[in-house]
Write a protein that binds this ligand. Structure first.
Ligand code: ADP
Ligand code: MG
Length: 343
C-alpha cells in the first residue's frame, strides 16, 4: 500500500500553514488591492455596490468526511457562497476562508481542501483575499465569505415578484439530494460490512451533482446579453418548495408551479423511483442544487426563451391563491416547506 504522508499541523505552525495554503493563489481582479498577508484585505469596487454573503459549515452537521473528499468540500463550500452572490444578479470578486481544525487533520488534508478552494477560485475568477486559522476540538469548521459587485440598478432581491410574472429555473433539480441519499446508503452498508466493494460508476451524474456542484454565472451573463432584469431571484440551496415560499413571502404574492414543467434529469427520475421517492418531491424538498429560481415580467418571455438551460415552471399569483403545485394530472396541491401536502 502506498504510504500517505502525514505532517502534523504543529510541525509547521499557524503562520507557515497559512503561507503554504495561500501561496498558490494569485490575485486576478483589479479590485483586489491587497489580499492575504496584512491585517486586513483592501478592495476597490469603484462605485459599484458591494454584495456580501457568508456561510458556516460544521463537520457532522453540514458535511460528512467519510464520503466527502476534502478537495470537493473546498470546492463546494466556495460554490455555495458564489451562488448567493449570483442570486443577487451580482458578480463575485473575492472570498475569505476561515477554518478551525482539530489535530486529526494533517497538513496534507488542508492542502486538499485548499486545492478545491483554488479550483473554484480559478473557475469563477474570484480572489482569496484573507481568512483566519484556528484550532478546534471537534473536527473541521469552515466559514467562507464572498464579496461581489453590481451596479445598483442591476441588483435583484427576493421581494420584487409581481402578479402574472413567470417563474423560471435554471438546470435541473433534485439530483444532489439523491446523490446524498446514495452516499448515505453506501456509508451504512460499509459500516455493516467493511469488506464490501461498492461500484457507484453508473450513478456518476447524481453523485457529481452532490459532490461537485457548479453555479450559474452563465445565467447572469445571459440576463445582461438579453437585456433582462429578473423581478426577483433566489438560489436553490434548500429545495424548490422553500425557495418559492421565500420569494412569495418577500414579494407578498402566491404562486403556481406546474409539476410537468419542473426540470428533473432522467437519471434523477430513475434513482428517485429506486428510492421510492416521487421525483417531484426530490426537486421540491431536496436541496443543494445551486440553480437559480427567478421571476420575469411576461413581456420578457421571448427573451428568456433564448437563454440556454432555463425553463418556465410557473406563474406568480395573488396572495389569496396561496402557493400551489399543479400536478401532471391537473390536481392542485398546497406547497409547504417540507414539500407539498395532498388535499
Ligand atoms: P491576524 O492575527 O491579524 O488575524 P493572521 O495571522 O490570522 O492575522 O492572518 C495573516 C494573514 O493571513 C491575513 O491576511 C489573513 O487574512 C490571512 N489568513 C489567515 N488564515 C487564512 C486562511 N485560512 N485562509 C486564507 N487566508 C488566511
Ligand atoms: Mg487571524
Amino acid at each position: 500500500m502506498e504510504e500517505i504522508k502525514r505532517t502534523e499541523i504543529s510541525v509547521l505552525g499557524e503562520f507557515s500553514l497559512i503561507d503554504r495554503l495561500t501561496k498558490n493563489f494569485k490575485l486576478k481582479n483589479r479590485s483586489s488591492i491587497k489580499g492575504v498577508g496584512d491585517d486586513a484585505a483592501v478592495l476597490d469596487h469603484e462605485g459599484y455596490r458591494t454584495i456580501v454573503s457568508t456561510d458556516l459549515l460544521v463537520e457532522g452537521i453540514h458535511f460528512d468526511l467519510s464520503y466527502f473528499p476534502l478537495r470537493h468540500l473546498g470546492f463546494k463550500s466556495v460554490i455555495a457562497n458564489l451562488s448567493d452572490i449570483y442570486a443577487m444578479n451580482a458578480t463575485p470578486k473575492q472570498i475569505t476562508v476561515s477554518i478551525a481544525l482539530s489535530n486529526r487533520f494533517p497538513v496534507e488534508a488542508m492542502d486538499e481542501l485548499y486545492f478545491g478552494i483554488q479550483t473554484a477560485c480559478e473557475a469563477y475568477n474570484v480572489d482569496l483575499v484573507g481568512g483566519d486559522t484556528t484550532s478546534s476540538r471537534s473536527g473541521l469548521i469552515i466559514s467562507i465569505t464572498a464579496l461581489g459587485i453590481a451596479p445598483e440598478k442591476d441588483i435583484v432581491y427576493r421581494s420584487g415578484a409581481g402578479i402574472g410574472d413567470l417563474i423560471c429555473v435554471s438546470g435541473d433539480l433534485g439530483a444532489s439530494y439523491l446523490g446524498l441519499q446514495i452516499l448515505e446508503r453506501e456509508r451504512r452498508l460499509q459500516e455493516e460490512n467493511p469488506e464490501i466493494q461498492i461500484d457507484l460508476e453508473d450513478q456518476k451524474y447524481i453523485i457529481g451533482r452532490f459532490l461537485k456542484p457548479e453555479t450559474r454565472p452563465d445565467i447572469i451573463e445571459a440576463f445582461k446579453d438579453q437585456g433582462i432584469k429578473p423581478t426577483s431571484m433566489i438560489d436553490i440551496s434548500d429545495g424548490l418548495a422553500s425557495e418559492i415560499m421565500h420569494i412569495c413571502k418577500n414579494s407578498g404574492t402566491g404562486a403556481v408551479i406546474y409539476e410537468k414543467e419542473v426540470p428533473i434529469a432522467i437519471e434523477t427520475q430513475q434513482m428517485a423511483i429506486k428510492f421510492n421517492i416521487d421525483p417531484i418531491t426530490a426537486a421540491l424538498s431536496g436541496g443543494e442544487d445551486y440553480e437559480l429560481l427567478f421571476t420575469i415580467q411576461p413581456e420578457d418571455l421571448d427573451k428568456v426563451k433564448l437563454i440556454y438551460d432555463v425553463k418556465i415552471i410557473g406563474v406568480i399569483k395573488d396572495p389569496e391563491y396561496g402557493i400551489n403545485l399543479m400536478s401532471s394530472g391537473g390536481k392542485i396541491h398546497e406547497i409547504t416547506a417540507q414539500g407539498w401536502r395532498h388535499f
